[in-house]
Each structure stands twice: as structure tokens, then as C-alpha cells.
Design a binder for this molecule. Structure first.
Ligand code: CS2
Length: 490
């Protein structure tokens, strides 16, 4: 038996399911990026709104690349299970909020039509950092990006998220419709403002009037999104099928914790996501900065150091006392660069993060987080580096994390095996390292010279270069775990 509208009533009593008539739900949200994170985060909060009786906030979701999720969910009428896991405890609920599924490359015109539907009032996104086709160091549109060039040449059949947003907004403007609010749910700094810059920047390359209209009429609220949602494993599928008493081709698994802080700027209306636990705020910046630097920064540091130290998962790495000591030092180093949001004690926040990382019920691979470092390192690690250097403060933990990234993108692990480095700049970084030879200082300088990551300032910063070189040399000499141990035990 397979999960679907027809089999919902056969689910065991303990599994929560839609309490509303799915057939009566109309689309209100168009979501780009149908990954596990969206399904375990915004879709769950939207489900609470639908359960409360709202009918006009169904989600139409699109994958911008692969058909896999659509192929898994379409035979299930868009239904899927979300498992919240901690220790031995797992609670399951089936989510009904997805009311339409698109695969952009198969039929970009159908997706554009869906985006131009007047009932759509929010266009939300989880397309990962690289999905915005921006320059990670400056946050501005990368006009040379192949997808952007393609979309400017062929606006009616876009590939990129900015390409879809610009064309859909152009159509709404031409039709005299109100725009939708663009809601970025990715871990970018000042994510709403950054995406606004990317979208207006791309529109300006087409039509100045369009870009002015977007700048004046479209809201891009900032958000802080947080829930740890690793990739689903085969073991998860089997365990969840047993618990459901039926198959779900693609359930999602995450921690119980979930947080969403949203800047309340929605001129075309919005669901009351507070019903699902979201908070609306007038200023999201402090929450976003704290989360990016303390959670995501520590995640990336742990991913590179942990991977090199032979740890497959975050839980394994953060339960290693040497790496746990590193994490505490990392948070102590980064916290002074983070103004605490109202009502938050940063020491409590860090302690909470350690407990979340240590959740052994999640199989969050260090390799997964290590992906796309060129797009993540700037806001997660280099922002705090700049602030600390500006204060004349030392950066031993941050420099070790950056050094571990340099070591990681070299593509060979400490046992001499190849690392599967996934990063849009992987080949650029590899070529620079290959050309640099064996000398640690030369290798570090080669990578730090990539201004798209380090910016013109850090690329040339002597203190930064020296700190990363020292850390990198230590990793080469004694291995990542011993280098961490030396740092944390003095
Ligand atoms: C992780 C995030 O993969 C990564 O880069 O750091 O996906 C992290 O798990 C989420 O942002 C948690 O909210």
C-alpha cells in the first residue's frame, strides 16, 4: 500500500494527518526549491494554517533541477511524512499542504503560468546559496553566470530562480496584477535584501521600468529559518514505512526543533504562520546573524574538521570530546561578533546548539554540510573574521575552520583517498591548488586569492593569511584532529 488521499484513513492512529478537506484548498504560495528543508519547515508551518481552517494558502512547489521529488510525491497526491527524531523517540505526521508539483526544466512555461496566477500572493524560495547566481563575497548578481546569461537571452524559458522571479513579475506587471511577496528561506545574509538586489539587478538588464517597478512594488522580507533536516536515508524510508503501515517514497526526517523568524512585510497578505510556531518581527537581522554565525558557522567548521578527522556525521563529530572542545572555543570566539537578539542569551543558545548537533537520531553527514563551501564560507566564517580582525582580536578557531576548508577542497583526505568535493568553484579551487605546489603558504595564498569568496579585503589581509597558513600547516603536519586538540588544549 502507498500513501495517498485514498489511503490516508488507513494510517495508524498516532500519525497526525491533514484535518481539512484537501480538495477545497486553493493555491496561495508558489515555492521554488522542493527539497527536504522546505517540506520539513515552511510546509509544516503552512499545514498548521490549513488545519486551522484557512483554505487559500495551498502550496504549489517546483523543483528547479531534478524530477526526483515530483516523481516520488505525485503518485502520493503530494502527501509525505515528516519524522521528528530525538534519541529513540520519533513522531510522525503526514503533510497535505503541497497542492501542485512542477519540474521547471520539463516545462518552464507551466511554472511561469502558475507564478502568474493571481491567487499566488507569496513566492517563497529554498534554492540553496548557489541558486541565487550571486557573487558570494559581495551578494550582488553574477552577470556572467551561465544561467543568468541563458535566462536573459531566453526569458520565457528560464533556468534560474532569479530568471523565474523576474519573468513572472514582468508578466504580472503586464497583466496589471499585484505582485507576489518574495520570501527567501535560504541561509544568506540579509536574505530578503540580498535577493531583492539580485532580482532588481537582473530585471535592470532587461528593462529599467521593470526593475523600478519591482523595487517600488515588491516586498522582499528577511527571514531566519532553522531546522536541521539531513538527507533522507534508505533506513529512514524503511523505518517510516513500517511505522505508517504503507510506503512513502520520500519522507523527510528532522530534529524536533524548528524556528522561523519573519519580517512582517507582506503587502499582498500572508498566512498566519504563527499558528505553526513562526514569529513575526520588525527586525530579523539579529536573529539571522546569530543563526548564520553560531549555527551554520559551527556546522561548516565541524563539517570540514570532522570530515578530515574521519567523522561521518555531525553527531559523531560533536560527541568527540576534542571537537566538542573546539565548538565551545568557536562559539566563544564568534559570540562577540553577534549582538544578542532580544530575549536571547548567547551562551544558552550555544549550549542548545551543541545538544542539537549531538542528536544521534539524525544521520547528518559532514560531507553534506561540506558541500558548496565557496557559497557558505563568506557569511558563516568570513563575516566573523572581519569583525574580529576589525576589533584587533585573534581568530584561531575561525582560521582553523578556513584552513580545513582549504585542505578539504584539495580533494584528498588524510588517508590519501579522494574527497567528492561538490562546489560550483571546485574546479577553480583545485586548479589553483595544483598550480601552487607543495608549500603551505603558497597553497593558502592561492585559495585566499579567490576574491569571489574572500573579497578584495581578506584576499590581501596579512594577519588573516598568516593565521590561516599557520592553521593549514598544522593540519598538514599532524592531521586535523590533532591540530584541533593542540588548539583547544593550548
Ligand atoms: C547546514 C544547514 O547544510 C548546511 O549547510 O548548515 O542546512 C543547517 O542544517 C540548517 O541551516 C539548519 O537550520
Amino acid at each position: 500500500m502507498r500513501l495517498s488521499d485514498a489511503t490516508l484513513s488507513a494510517l495508524p492512529g498516532g500519525v497526525a494527518r491533514p484535518r481539512y478537506d484537501r480538495a477545497a484548498v486553493t493555491p496561495g504560495i508558489l515555492h521554488l526549491g522542493l527539497g527536504a528543508f522546505h517540506r520539513a519547515h515552511q510546509a509544516v508551518m503552512t499545514e498548521a494554517v490549513l488545519n486551522d481552517g484557512a483554505r487559500d494558502w495551498g502550496i504549489v512547489a517546483a523543483s528547479l533541477r531534478s524530477p526526483d521529488t515530483r516523481d516520488a510525491l505525485a503518485p502520493q497526491d503530494g502527501l509525505y511524512a515528516v519524522a521528528a527524531r530525538e534519541s529513540d523517540d520519533e513522531s510522525l505526521r503526514v503533510i497535505g499542504a503541497l497542492r501542485g508539483l512542477h519540474v521547471a526544466p520539463e516545462d518552464p512555461a507551466a511554472l511561469l503560468d502558475a507564478m502568474a496566477d493571481p491567487r499566488i500572493r507569496v513566492a517563497s524560495l529554498t534554492v540553496t546559496e548557489k541558486g541565487y547566481c550571486h557573487d558570494p563575497a559581495t551578494g550582488t548578481l553574477d552577470e556572467t553566470h551561465p544561467d543568468i546569461r541563458h535566462d536573459l537571452a531566453t526569458p520565457a524559458a528560464p533556468r534560474s530562480a532569479p530568471g523565474f522571479l523576474v519573468e513572472a513579475l514582468a508578466r504580472r506587471r503586464a497583466a496589471g496584477l499585484a505582485p507576489f511577496t518574495v520570501l527567501c528561506c535560504d541561509n544568506l545574509p540579509h536574505n530578503g535584501a540580498t535577493v531583492r538586489g539580485v532580482v532588481t539587478g537582473m530585471a535592470a538588464l532587461r528593462d529599467r521600468g521593470l526593475s523600478d517597478w519591482i523595487a517600488n512594488e515588491v516586498a522582499f522580507p528577511c527571514t531566519m529559518v532553522d531546522r536541521i533536516v539531513p538527507a533522507t536515508t534508505e533506513e529512514d524510508r524503511a523505518r517510516i514505512a513500517a511505522a505508517l503501515g504503507m510506503d512513502d517514497a520520500w519522507p523527510v526526517v528532522g530534529e524536533r526543533f524548528s524556528q522561523w523568524v519573519i519580517e512582517d512585510r507582506f503587502p499582498s497578505g500572508r498566512p498566519d504562520w504563527a499558528l505553526g510556531g513562526a514569529t513575526f518581527a520588525s527586525d530579523v537581522a539579529p536573529f539571522e546573524l546569530m543563526k548564520l554565525r553560531m549555527l551554520n558557522g559551527a556546522h561548516s567548521a565541524l563539517a570540514y574538521l570532522g570530515y578530515l578527522a574521519g567523522h561521518e556525521t555531525v553527531a559523531e563529530a560533536s560527541n568527540d570530546p576534542v571537537l566538542a572542545a573546539y565548538l565551545r572555543g568557536f562559539w566563544a570566539e564568534v559570540a562577540p561578533t553577534v549582538p544578542a537578539p532580544p530575549g536571547v542569551d548567547l551562551r544558552d543558545y550555544a549550549a542548545g546548539l551543541l545538544a542539537r548537533f549531538r542528536n544521534r537520531a539524525l544521520q547528518h553527514r559532514t560531507w553534506q554540510i561540506a558541500m558548496d563551501g565557496s557559497q557558505k564560507v563568506p557569511q558563516r566564517l568570513l563575516g566573523p573574521v572581519r569583525d574580529r580582525l576589525g576589533q584587533g582580536a585573534a581568530i584561531p578557531h575561525l582560521a582553523l575552520a578556513v584552513a580545513a576548508w582549504v585542505r578539504y577542497v584539495g580533494g584528498v583526505d588524510e588517508a590519501g583517498a579522494a574527497i567528492d568535493v561538490r562546489d560550483p568553484l571546485a574546479s577553480v579551487l583545485k586548479a589553483k591548488l595544483d598550480a601552487a605546489g607543495e608549500d603551505p603558504a603558497g597553497r593558502v595564498a592561492a585559495v585566499l586569492g579567490v576574491e569571489a569568496v574572500f573579497g578584495a579585503d581578506l584576499s590581501r589581509d596579512v594577519r588573516f593569511g598568516a593565521a590561516v597558513t599557520e592553521a593549514y600547516a598544522a593540519i598538514l603536519r599532524v592531521g586535523a584532529r590533532r591540530a584541533v586538540e593542540r588548539l583547544t588544549t593550548g
